[in-house]
Design a protein around this ligand. Structure first.
Ligand code: TUI
Length: 315
């Protein structure tokens, strides 16, 4: 069973399933496991020091012969160094998040790296296409971490109408039904982050996996709106403190309080004062299992849903 699209061709992969490049969460082990299963794994650079990220890339190369990617978090202060290192390492593909990657596009493309920007709006998608993006990931506000304003349901069809390059849907997708829905909207691939947090190969602290497994439908909140960088997280003590500061527009205090808190959660397992970035789909994540099982289930169930829809319409 395969879902072949322009995305599988572009990235030279079997299934159009992209694992979101979550900072301090999507390490080489997880990314290689997703790539080995026929999707494409993406290492999250986040604010990681350049040397550590280089080690992660080299580790991934030892764990898989298949294409993998790196997510460039454009708000990081040493992003110029990171981009140069990714070019030197000849990473097959990059996704970009939290900003406009225009400045880096030419250098990445010259190195024959596939560039797939994550965008929250039609205007940015068009701009990215015009400067050479190979595909676009449209991320709805159901997603975890830094988000835009629009939902996946309204963003994806508008992107599909606005650009010629393939569109990949992200935000709120956790199972085969979500994959089928994304395809119904015109997407040619999907990106999932939260579901892969509970992959066996995901190296985050087990206490965080437990929080994702426990999450119910209304357990995420958006914090930091006053900073201009809204972030969706699972509710906890830190989220409540930031929401309080948000109400008072205390932007600098929010930034000071938030610093280092993602690593504190994902690496140290601090469920109270760590930043538990996760999407609304956390409520749909029910077990810890190998990444390959997740990839194969998504493809099989999407296929079943798509076939079921056509036969239901014939009845
Ligand atoms: O990048 C993400 N998700 C992230 S990045 C991150 S680390 C972080 N920590 C604290 C504050 C901010 C970031 C955690 N999660 N997803 C992709 C994504 N990109 N979602 C939305 C955007 C986006 C937003 C604005 C992309 C471009 C953009 O452009 C603004 C502009 O410059 O035009």
């Amino acid at each position: 069973m395969t879902l072949m699209t322009r995305v599988t061709k572009l990235l030279d992969i079997e299934h159009p399933i992209i694992q979101g490049g979550m900072a301090w969460t999507a390490t080489a082990e997880l990314s290689a496991a997703v790539s080995n299963a026929g999707g494409i794994g993406v290492i999250g650079a986040g604010h990681m020091p350049t040397d550590l990220l280089r080690e992660q890339i080299r580790l991934a190369k030892t764990l898989t012969d298949r294409p993998f990617g790196v997510n460039l978090m454009l708000l990081t202060p040493h992003i110029d160094d990171i981009v140069q290192m990714v070019i030197d390492e000849r990473v097959p593909m990059v996704t970009t998040g939290a900003g406009n990657p225009g400045k880096y596009m030419a250098g990445l493309k010259e190195a024959d790296i596939k560039v797939v920007p994550i965008v929250p709006s039609v205007a940015l998608a068009k701009r990215m296409e015009s400067i050479g993006a190979d595909a676009i990931i449209g991320e709805g506000m159901e997603a975890g971490g830094h988000i835009g304003e629009l939902t996946t349901m309204v963003l994806i069809p508008q992107l599909v109408d606005a650009v010629e390059v393939p569109v990949i849907a992200a935000g709120g997708i956790a199972d085969g039904r979500g994959v089928a829905a994304a395809f119904a909207l015109g997407a040619e691939g999907v990106q999932l982050g939260t579901r892969f947090m509970c992959a066996e190969e995901c190296t985050i602290h087990p206490a965080i996996k437990e929080q994702v497994l426990k999450a119910k439908d209304r357990d995420t909140v958006v914090t930091g709106r006053s900073t201009g960088h809204p972030v969706r997280v699972l509710k906890n003590k830190l989220a409540r403190q930031i929401m309080e500061l948000d109400r008072e527009n205390k932007v600098e205090e929010i930034e000071a309080l938030g610093a280092g808190k993602l690593a504190l959660a994902m690496r140290q397992g601090d469920i109270d004062m760590g930043s538990l970035m996760a999407g609304q789909s956390a409520a749909m994540v029910c077990r810890i299992e190998p990444a390959a099982d997740i990839v194969h289930e998504l493809v099989r169930d999407a296929d079943t849903v798509i076939r079921g829809m056509t036969s239901a319409l014939d009845a």
